[in-house]
Design a protein around this ligand. Structure first.
Ligand SMILES: NC(=O)c1ccc[n+]([C@@H]2O[C@H](COP(=O)([O-])OP(=O)(O)OC[C@H]3O[C@@H](n4cnc5c(N)ncnc54)[C@H](O)[C@@H]3O)[C@@H](O)[C@H]2O)c1
Length: 371
């Protein structure tokens, strides 16, 4: 693991998720850019001293030389480090799990995809919401044609935590996100608009033709956006909306996806993630429940507990980790890795292309920008 030291947020979630299905052991890492914090974090995580590294460059070099080198490296640092860290490990042949957004520029993202292909690596980008069983059920329903041809998609993600200038109060996570040299040029659109966009892409399989975006900054002196509204033209004629806000009082991780086709529609909401509402036009809505009979293979495979015993955020991450473990095991056994369910580096690239097209569109006065 790179990142995820004392006081960090998502690293701990990754560690819990990795262990949930007993497929991973954390054996090496560099958990902070601060040497003391890195060493202390490594001790608390029971990492042997010779594998508690000082820098990611040192870790890449030394792990590459070991006969028991790690099978996969997880990157859970601020955004600007995803690219150099992923590149350093990919170039010496390590599989990767990298948190979103994949990179801060389109060029970097494409370069990572290129190295992944060249080196034949497994590369997962943790757009974790794709790990929820009922999101996978939604994807299977769309793929089976239950809704008919898709006409319209609405993906929204709202949070309240950046309603005021939290970045000026010493909040660690807000500080780097609002600093373009660390978080990248995209604020809200990169941080959570990316998840909403990816969720829509994962469930519908639709490819973007063009975007028209208004990217806004409401909090005075803030250096990146904190609110975004994007219209999408998909190839084949469907239309989409991605709406993301981090200045929405009362909202916490309110992610919602609605998909409407010629024959029916579905709605999935993060605050009732175990349910999926599906309606055939002219019929009563059906509420599908995780763990119930009749689910798709993808949803069933992603379920651990019987219906009624709640699963949640850790489990959606764990589903990505277990899918990656399957892929790595197949690779080690010399078997092909075909159409993995987890978001790959190529999905990560599409997200970065989307984000930067949105920024360009907004700068040009909310004009349509082709992808
Ligand atoms: N998938 C999700 O839903 C989700 C949720 C939260 C965050 N994230 C992503 O995860 C990443 C981390 O976010 P966070 O909120 O946990 O941030 P954080 O600030 O809490 O943690 C970042 C960690 O990286 C460490 N770090 C910084 N520079 C380093 C270096 N050079 N070497 C090693 N470690 C270094 C820091 O010390 C810290 O431990 C971001 O890219 C963010 O977008 C994803």
């Amino acid at each position: 693991m790179v990142g995820g030291g004392l006081g960090a947020f998502i690293g701990g979630v990754h560690r819990t998720a990795a262990r949930l299905d007993n497929r991973y052991e954390l054996v090496a890492g560099v958990f902070s850019e601060e040497p003391q914090e890195a060493a202390m974090s490594a001790r608390l995580l029971h990492i042997p001293e010779d594998r508690a590294y000082k820098t990611y460059q040192q870790m890449a070099e030394r792990e590459a030389d070991r006969s028991d080198r790690v099978d996969v490296v997880t990157i859970v640092t601020p955004n600007y480090l995803h690219f150099p860290i992923a590149k350093a490990f990919a170039e010496v042949g390590f599989n990767l799990i990298c948190d979103k957004p994949l990179a801060t520029t389109v060029q970097e993202a494409r370069e990572l995809a290129e190295i992944t292909l060249q080196k034949d690596l497994i590369f997962c980008v943790t757009h974790n919401y794709t790990g929820y069983p009922m999101v996978r059920e939604a994807r299977a329903l769309v793929a089976n044609g239950e809704l008919g041809a898709i006409r319209a998609v609405r993906a929204t993600y709202s949070q309240q935590w950046l309603t005021t200038a939290l970045e000026k109060t010493g909040n660690r996570q807000a500080a780097w996100r609002q600093d373009p040299s660390k978080g990248g040029a995209a604020g809200c659109i990169g941080d959570i608009g990316s998840h909403a966009f990816n969720l829509a892409a994962f469930v519908t399989g639709l490819e973007v033709e063009a975007v028209c975006a208004e990217i806004c900054t409401f909090v005075p002196d803030r250096r990146v956006d904190d609110h975004a509204q994007v219209l999408i033209r998909y190839r084949g004629g469907a239309r989409g909306l991605v709406w993301a806000s981090q200045v929405a009082p009362g909202e916490d991780q309110r992610l919602e996806l609605a998909v409407y086709g010629e024959r029916g529609g579905l709605v999935w909401q993060h605050d009732s993630a175990e349910r999926l509402v599906v309606t055939q036009f002219g019929d009563r809505p059906r509420i599908l429940v995780r763990g119930a009979a009749g689910m798709s293979a993808a949803a069933t495979r992603s379920t651990r507990l019987p219906a009624g015993l709640p699963e949640g955020y850790f489990e959606c991450f764990a589903n990505l980790y277990s899918d990656v473990a399957d892929a790595i095991t197949a690779k080690l056994d010399g078997k092909p890795v075909v159409n993995p369910e987890f978001p790959t580096v190529h999905d990560g690239v599409k997200v970065i292309e989307f984000i930067h097209a949105c920024l360009r569109s907004s700068k040009a006065g909310a004009t349509w920008i082709p992808l």
